[in-house]
Design a binder for this molecule. Structure first.
Ligand code: ADP
Ligand code: ZN
Length: 745
């Protein structure tokens, strides 16, 4: 028996840093329970709120009454609420907003003034899809013979055991009269059932068996299994080069958790959420898997959410937001490619799913496995300090060697392709093997410069140059999609001679076709993969050998296995080093290591040619020499000296608006207030800035930032809390606080 609540605490999804108390009218006492949504009066509006629990001791008189209860079952467990509260406190974000972010969008009803809510629940409510299913009826020999078409239909129903109306229509066309007749005669019965949109419905998967593990894999699996047996929170770093068998360890660790009656949550970057990866899980475990990716409609996502909530899916695989999956009895959480920046949400609730995996894992007493071939510098540091248990897979499966890498200095050269890389490409092509060439910039030229006035073409809405896309005949802004016909004329002086500077993938494709006219060259970047399925089509052309060279941006660096690729070329290896971001070297090292790892994954050993202006830079050199330990040593040294994570904690304030002056004034006020509060609280926090953001203008908004650097989290936290209590924000200016920022642009 649940005790009725007379006065309740409700969180409301608004930017308000508190919760509210409401009275429950007599008629709703049975329904107004913890974990459900309620329609509540708020000012002169009606809003959806989340019932957090009892507020019997409320001191407030004249409490308002809730209007309606919107669910018939709870949407979250008490453990999940604890998780939400932790997030609200850590990210200094309103609890109601946290709950709203955690719940699937499909569940939220629109509340309009004067209308009451609809009842929604886990059994479907009005949003779930229901369909009629037909089963064999009790009668075998009917008193009267149905039509031949009806007889055919009944044969199919008997054969299938049960079959949906939609499926029958697919086979027989319109057949409502026949079905009606079959039911009258008792040959079939019908029932309404809820259907879950099944993301696997069109795939056929071959079962596969667990591999016999090599010794490093076995050690890793044993350590994870031990922690599962003890049901103790244990965080691991599974550090293994690409192709070392990490996924196999995940699969077997999950199997162990399932055997123990526990469930598994697997987080991967969105880009890795391919049919290849999910197929491996299906092949091993069959059904009971829910997949959450950004391609799902709100309805499909809500379906998956309900399947998980009801315990019908025991493995959840998803991108960032899957950290909120309503999965019970979590035994293991895996974060694959844990170093990926995409685990961080970049607006609203700016959470990092990789970090939250550790928090949720601790609350659930689960094993948490962070896996990567190139762990983040912070993760390596945590492992060195013993805060993560290090599990290493130092070798590739079947002892395949790491590829040989040649560094080519490009100082003084204007060519995109060096002589060394050109020779290797020609050889590889003549041997009938495949190559990939990586350049992390799309377009034909990174910008056009007017030969008359010397000015580059820039975006009128953003402080960035326009990228020239020759195929489309346009200059494009990669931030706001502004486009003008190109090459065109100079907007400053009407000059007609525009020079192309900085090569992108389109130019590289062009040069490769010139170098090897008969070679089949494919390009993979966000320009060639925007259509549905285009990504898979390009990959399959590589896999079935109908392409010789694949050119691409970081899209080709991640996740895919090209067994026939024996040569990898890297053009402009330092493209990402120039970013005004303290993680630039780390990102460059990770990206280069991954691209290099694409070579020689099959039987034939691979080779790699890396072209760089500065071949002595430690990020480039250590990636080329497979010297990860050397890179991490040097990078940690730099971070310690400069006072950056993991040796300091950061928070970024971003101030933006349409008026440059308002933004500038507000940024100054903010930093003065922060400085005063810092002195009052006597906290050890550095207030840096305000300074113009690296992209000073974006979509017509001017942007400034203030960076807070704290020697410990609690000081940083106290300062921000007290700022939130005192700050007043002008309506023309937007200000956001990002805890542990990842994007510094
Ligand atoms: P990673 O996740 O580290 O890139 P995978 O788990 O995908 O590595 O393994 C790479 C390849 O080696 C896959 O094709 C996988 O099936 C195979 N593999 C993994 N472990 C073993 C093993 N112990 N014996 C044989 N093949 C294995
Ligand atoms: Zn723009």
């Amino acid at each position: 028996m649940t005790v009725p609540l007379h006065i309740i605490e409700v969180a409301i999804p608004l930017y308000l840093d508190k919760t509210f108390h409401y009275r429950v009218p007599e008629r709703l006492l049975k329904e107004a329970l913890t974990g459900r949504r309620a329609l509540v009066p708020f000012g002169n509006r009606r809003l959806t709120g989340y019932i957090l629990g009892d507020a019997a001791g409320s001191e407030i008189s004249n409490l308002k009454e809730i209007i309606e209860v919107l669910d018939s079952e709870p949407l979250w467990t008490s453990l999940e609420l604890e998780f939400f509260r932790w997030i609200a406190s850590y990210y200094q974000h309103p609890l109601g907003e946290v709950v709203r972010t955690a719940l699937p969008a499909g569940i939220n009803i629109q509340t309009r003034k004067g209308t009451s809510g609809e009842q929604g629940d886990l059994t479907g409510g009005k949003k779930a899809r229901r369909e009629k299913f037909y089963c064999p009826g009790p009668v075998l020999e009917p008193s009267r013979q149905p039509s031949p078409k009806a007889l055919e239909i009944v044969a199919v129903i008997r054969d299938a055991g049960d079959i949906s109306a939609g499926e029958l229509r697919k086979r027989f066309g319109a057949c409502t009269p026949q079905l009606k007749r079959l039911i009258e005669l008792g040959l079939s019965t019908a029932e309404e059932r809820e259907v879950y949109r099944d993301p696997f419905k069109n795939s056929t998967v071959k079962r596969d068996e667990p591999r016999c593990l090599h010794s490093h894999q076995k050690e890793a699996l044993d350590a994870i299994s031990d922690s599962l047996d003890q049901q103790q929170f244990t965080p691991f770093l599974l550090y293994g080069v690409t192709g070392s068998g990490k996924t196999e360890v995940y699969l077997q660790a999950i199997a162990h958790a399932l055997e123990r009656g526990q469930n598994a949550l697997v987080l991967v970057p969105e880009i890795a959420l391919t049919p290849q990866l999910t197929g491996r899980f299906q092949a091993r475990f069959g059904g009971g898997i829910a997949i959450l990716h950004s391609g799902l409609s709100d309805g499909e996502r809500y379906d998956e959410w309900r399947r998980i909530r009801r315990g019908l899916a025991r493995i959840v695989i998803g991108a960032r937001s899957a950290i909120f999956a309503p999965l019970d009895k979590i035994g293991i959480i895996i974060v694959d490619e844990e170093h990926e920046a995409s685990f961080k949400q970049s607006d609203g609730l700016r959470y990092n799913a990789r970090d939250l995996a550790l928090v949720r894992g601790r609350m659930a007493r689960a094993a948490v496995v962070l896996g990567s071939a190139t762990p983040s510098v912070t993760t390596i540091h945590a492992a060195q300090q013993g805060r993560l248990t290090l599990l290493e897979l130092p070798e590739r499966v079947e002892g395949r060697p790491m590829p040989r890498v040649e560094l080519v200095a490009m100082k003084g050269s204007k060519e995109t392709l060096s002589a060394a890389l050109s020779v290797c490409l020609a050889e590889t092509y003549e041997q009938g093997r495949q190559a990939i060439v990586f350049l992390n910039r799309r377009g034909f030229a990174t910008f056009l410069v007017c030969a008359d006035c010397g000015k580059p073409l820039t975006c009128p809405n953003c402080s960035v140059t326009l990228t020239y896309h020759r195929q489309r005949g346009q200059s494009l802004c990669h931030y706001c999609d502004y486009a003008v016909p190109a090459p065109g004329t100079c907007p400053s002086c009407n000059g007609t001679t525009l020079s192309e500077l900085g090569a992108g993938t389109e130019k590289l494709e062009h040069d490769l076709k010139e170098l090897l006219p008969s070679a089949r060259v494919l390009r993979m970047d966000s320009d060639t993969t925007s259509g549905k399925g285009s990504h898979e089509r390009l990959l399959s052309r590589m896999n079935d050998g109908s392409a010789d060279i694949l050119v691409g941006t970081q899209m080709i660096a991640k996740g895919h296995d090209f067994p026939e690729v024996t040569l990898v070329g890297v053009v402009n290896a330092e493209a990402s080093l120039g970013m005004p971001d303290f993680r630039a070297a780390e990102r460059t090292f990770q990206l280069l290591s991954q691209v290099i790892g694409r070579a020689g994954r099959g039987e034939t050993p691979g080779r790699v040619v890396v072209q760089a202006l500065d071949t002595d830079h430690y990020a480039i050199k250590s990636a080329a020499e497979h010297d990860a330990a050397g890179f991490y040593r040097e990078e940690l040294e730099f971070r310690r000296e400069a006072g950056y994570p993991p040796f300091a904690f950061l928070a970024a304030f971003a101030i933006s608006g349409m008026s440059e002056q308002a933004v500038s004034e507000h940024a100054d006020t903010t930093s003065r207030l922060l400085a005063r509060l810092k002195a009052e609280l006597k906290v050890r926090v550095e207030v840096l800035g305000p300074a113009p953001s690296p992209i000073y203008r974006l979509r017509n908004r001017f942007r400034r930032q203030i960076l807070l650097k704290g020697a410990n989290r609690s000081d940083l936290h106290r300062l921000i809390t007290s700022w939130l209590q005192q700050a007043s924000v002008m309506s023309t200016v937007r200000i956001s606080v990002d805890i542990d920022p990842v994007d510094m642009m």
